[in-house]
Design a protein around this ligand. Structure first.
Ligand code: GDP
Ligand code: MG
Length: 597
């Protein structure tokens, strides 16, 4: 296709502002998918994404559109993940296109992810067309939201397109805006091949599928190609465009977006952001800005039933084949036995993987406290990464320790501002900025990532009744006074509950932790001391008293069904317990104990 007839774009939006619905309407109104094949949220393919209403992996669709000027255009939409954990994927897919539609819900206005994503788009040099969605809603205030886009983002919104993605109103205007307001791609057909690896995934029938954007040169079926990062060479078996199902095509020229298969064994062999060229007469210089996605949150995953270990290994290996940003290695814990130490891009990523292991592979798991990666500066001059608090060496060997910090941006209605500031302050935050976007406050905080990984997002939602939006980027490492806190149950250390805490907050965290555990651990026939300790020093202690014989004793009177229920509940609970020395600890204790209220 001629460059002047191609438009490549992405849609940036805060979650729930209507990105998927708009994508559906664009696909449907151009006849890309026949009405009878149309189902909602066409681009969000994984079940878990649908359930949670989030898009995890980038996906794309090629749309043919005859514009009002009578010309035929090819529109390539790349859908980007909407969540903070996948910021790297977002910024890569943005570099594969020239423009963005900025969707803002006209009844809500600009939110934290609107800003984060629009900054990615601006960084990538995009032309941006503002689109106000949900104007069918009585609460829609297009004029106010236009003014907000101009104030907060500094983008001219006078020509914003007003639409209802739900009813279809304004969709033709969006298509015309794409053609006339977004630039055509540039590229040189005669230059050596340079294609950006935008995304890759595992397809059970085809194997690894790689999505590419050709920058220069031509990519043909049968070509021998080389990945410039890994130097691996493959030959292209299939070349296709997505409509959104695969349709074979003989070649992709500059500006075009498509997918290839090349007998690549695992998704790990492909690196998002890598440059693909031809093996012979290839490009000598790769596209700029490649950096591999790094896991930032680690936790241990252990089977509740030790007999499930091999199944867990199989399941983790399968998932890892399809997700290069997920890392794992075997781990043994004195308390939990054999399991895996896994690394994730963030908490959502962790939750998604854990859910899939439990649901798709039917394995009950114990998840240990999520931990960030600390830098240990040892007395002997070496520097180590610490992924697991349980591995923290003796303090006398450590000179100092650095932890990752983030820049968090929170948008919140004025009336909840006080609660948000308090929450950030409680989490060792340092306020960096406070400004207003209409009636909403925009706060920027410098926070330790380790204070955010457990339950920050949940707390933020609950103190603001769901009205706050949140986004973050990792900014770097900084020294602080962190210590390892251990938990002892019945005088035995439970390594899975070890955590790194700030010295000044250790006592408070220790106290909260033992109080929680006292409620979470069922009573036994004997007294159980529960302690938190730093080094050899106990900083908090509770005692769980011994059990009375009859578990149903507290059901006064003789309600038989109630007694039965209680017994059944105990039995079900039992299955999900692990023994530590003589004590049974229920699975949920490991996560619940770490949450702070
Ligand atoms: P995404 O998270 O940005 O992909 O948002 P979705 O496309 O999944 O939309 C979120 C919710 O808003 C869904 O319940 C949609 O049905 C609804 N929605 C999307 N567009 C409109 C619209 O124009 N009007 C109304 N009233 N609801 C909409
Ligand atoms: Mg969506």
């Amino acid at each position: 296709t001629e460059l002047s007839r191609i438009r490549n774009f992405s849609i940036v939006a805060h979650i729930d502002h209507g990105k998927s619905t708009l994508a559906d309407r664009l696909i449907q109104s151009t006849g890309t998918v026949a009405d009878r094949d149309m189902k909602e949220q066409l681009l969000d393919s994984m079940d878990i994404e649908r359930e949670r209403g989030i898009t995890i992996k980038a996906n794309s669709v090629r749309i043919d559109y005859k514009a009002n000027d009578g010309q035929d255009y090819v529109l390539n939409l790349i859908d980007t993940p909407g969540h903070v954990d996948f910021a790297y994927e977002v910024s890569r897919s943005m570099r594969a296109v020239e423009g963005s539609l900025l969707i803002v819900d006209a009844s809500q206005g600009v939110e934290a992810q609107t800003l984060a994503n629009v900054y990615h788009a601006l960084d990538a040099g995009h032309e941006i067309v503002p689109v106000l969605n949900k104007i069918d809603l009585p609460a829609a205030e297009p004029d106010r939201v236009k003014a907000q886009i101009e104030d907060v983002i500094g983008l001219d919104a006078s020509d914003a397109v007003l639409i209802s993605a739900k009813s279809g109103l304004g969709i033709p205007d969006v298509l015309e805006a794409i053609v006339h307001r977004l630039p055509a791609p540039k590229g040189d057909r005669t230059a050596p091949l340079k294609a950006m690896l935008v995304d890759s995934w595992y397809d059970p029938y085809l194997g690894v599928v790689v999505m590419v954007r050709v920058m220069d040169g031509v990519l043909r079926k049968g070509d021998r190609i080389r990945m410039m990062q890994t130097n691996a060479v493959y030959s292209v078996d299939t070349l296709a465009v997505l409509r959104p199902q695969m349709v074979a095509i003989p070649e992709l020229g500059p500006g075009e977006i498509g997918v290839l298969t090349a007998q690549i064994k695992q998704v790990r062999d492909t690196r998002v952001g890598d440059t693909i060229t031809t093996e012979r007469k290839g490009a000598t210089e790769a596209l700029p800005g490649f950096k591999p996605a790094q896991p930032v949150v680690f936790c241990g995953l252990f089977p509740v039933d030790a007999a499930d270990f091999e199944d867990l290994r199989d399941a983790i290996e399968k998932l890892a084949l399809n997700d290069a940003s997920f890392s794992y290695e075997m781990e043994t814990s004195a308390a939990l036995g054999f399991g895996f130490r896994c690394g994730f891009l963030g908490l959502l990523h962790l939750e998604v993987i854990r859910d899939r292991l439990e649901r798709e592979y039917d394995i009950d798991l114990i998840t240990t406290a999520p931990s960030v990666v600390y830098h240990l500066y040892m007395r002997d001059g070496t520097v180590k990464d610490l992924h697991n608090p349980a591995d923290m060496p003796d303090l006398t060997l450590v000179d100092h320790l650095e932890e990752p910090r983030i820049k968090a941006t929170i948008l919140v209605p004025d009336e909840y501002l006080g609660d948000v500031l308090k929450l950030c302050q409680d989490r060792r935050g340092i306020q960096a900025d406070l400004s207003y976007a209409g009636s909403r406050a925009m706060v920027v905080y410098d926070l330790p990532l380790n204070e955010v990984v457990f339950d920050f997002y949940d707390r933020l939602k609950s103190v603001t009744k769901g009205y706050a939006s949140f986004d973050y980027t990792i900014t770097g490492y900084r020294e602080d006074a962190l210590v390892k806190m251990q938990v002892l149950v019945n005088d035995e250390p439970v390594d899975a509950l070890s955590m790194m805490v700030h010295r000044d907050r250790a006592e408070m965290r220790g106290r909260a932790m033992v109080e929680k555990l006292k409620d979470l651990i069922p009573r036994h026939m004997f007294k159980i001391p529960i302690q938190a300790a730093i080094g050899g020093k106990v900083i908090a202690r509770e005692t769980l008293s011994a059990l009375r014989k009859d578990v149903t004793a507290k059901c006064y009177g003789g309600d038989a069904t109630r007694k039965r229920k209680l017994l059944d509940k105990q039995k079900a609970g039992k299955k999900k317990m692990r023994q530590f020395g003589k004590v049974d600890i229920p699975q949920e204790a490991f996560i619940s104990a770490l949450k702070m209220d």
